[in-house]
Design a protein around this ligand. Structure first.
Ligand code: DGY
Length: 323
């Protein structure tokens, strides 16, 4: 019997490809860049499964070309690039990679928060370009975490791991905004659930960890930035679409908030002439929160396992419930 066919939209690690090739006929888009749309549409035509990235928009047009597709596995925890309504219509199973990237993402979130608040890139540039004249009492100062109120928007797996890593910095209070209450985190971490307005008004450090959905898109808008403290540090490692980016630019330019650390933005990559790149109080990372070596290898392997199980008609190790 012929092996089922899989299209992989990026070259992934050899170990994961080998597992896939054991049971499937594999074609992949070579190289580090996203597959061009025309290639994706052409290559998906007679495939049984698709292993894609968060850079691939899987919508009605793709599904129209993918008459044979039974399984999609995205190598990401976020799935806002998948049109789930359309996918459900075609009765295609979807796998994703939650859990495996939680620690790496939490780690990078803390690094970005500290790099932003303590102005690491600005200070490093000053040291290299002659801006460092002598030790100076109030030069390059930024807010410390000790005694601060940390607010987390989206208190799921990643949000809670970020909180766990920030508590040892002797913060004063941990508050969170989330659809549902998290009683266990409240008792183990002393986290307090608050309204969105309270989160904005009270946070010295506001960390965004929520998924991008139709409910959360643009939730950090003009009104939100106006409610935040002038001294607040805003950190986003989730999705750029959660933020009205023009309003964030204004808030930073007018120093209505103290700084922003962004691993995600709109669009990605951010154009080099974008105003965010001109701001000293903004630290920008190229969407690398989960980019720990072992995490990315694990994400690739989990994606492969999702495909293999899905094609056998078995339950995927990480299957998305389509409701
Ligand atoms: C994801 O998996 O959705 C992350 O954004 C990748 O870092």
């Amino acid at each position: 019997m012929a092996k089922p066919s899989v299209y992989v939209t990026r070259e992934i690690n050899k170990e994961a490809l080998a597992v896939l090739a054991d049971t499937c006929e594999v074609t992949f888009w070579p190289g580090p860049d996203p597959v061009p749309r025309s290639e994706l549409l052409k290559n998906i035509a007679h495939k049984d499964a698709l292993l894609c990235m968060l850079t691939d928009k899987i919508d009605a047009e793709v599904l129209q070309c993918a008459k044979q597709l039974k399984v999609i596995a995205t190598m990401s925890v976020g799935y806002d690039h998948l049109d789930l309504k359309e996918i459900k219509k075609h009765e295609i199973k979807v796998g994703y990679t939650p859990g495996i990237l939680t620690h790496a993402t939490a780690e990078l979130t803390v690094a970005l928060l500290l790099a932003t608040s303590r102005r690491l890139f600005e200070a490093n540039a000053a040291a290299r370009n002659g801006g460092w004249q002598a030790w100076s009492p109030f030069w390059m100062t930024g807010p410390g975490l000790e005694g601060a109120t940390v607010g987390i928007a989206g208190f799921g797996r990643i949000g809670q791991e970020v909180a766990k890593r920030l508590i040892p910095f002797q913060i004063k209070k941990l508050i969170y905004f989330n659809r549902s209450q998290k009683p266990e985190a409240e008792s183990t971490m002393g986290a307090v659930r608050v309204t969105f307005d309270e989160l904005l008004q009270q946070s010295d450090f506001l960390v965004v960890c929520c998924a991008l959905t139709s409910d959360t898109v643009g939730m950090f808008d003009k009104a939100a930035f106006h409610k935040m403290k002038k001294t607040a540090i805003f950190v986003n490692t989730s999705r750029g679409g959660l933020v009205d980016q023009d309003e964030l630019v204004k808030a930073l330019q007018e120093e209505r908030i103290a700084g922003a650390g962004l691993d995600v933005m709109t669009p990605e990559p951010l154009p080099l002439d974008h105003p965010l790149f001109k701001l000293k109080n903004c630290v920008i990372m190229p969407h690398i929160a989960s980019a720990a070596v072992q995490t990315r290898a694990g994400m690739a392997m989990l994606s492969v396992e999702n495909i293999v199980a899905g094609l056998k008609g078995e339950k995927m190790p990480s299957e998305l419930t389509l409701d």
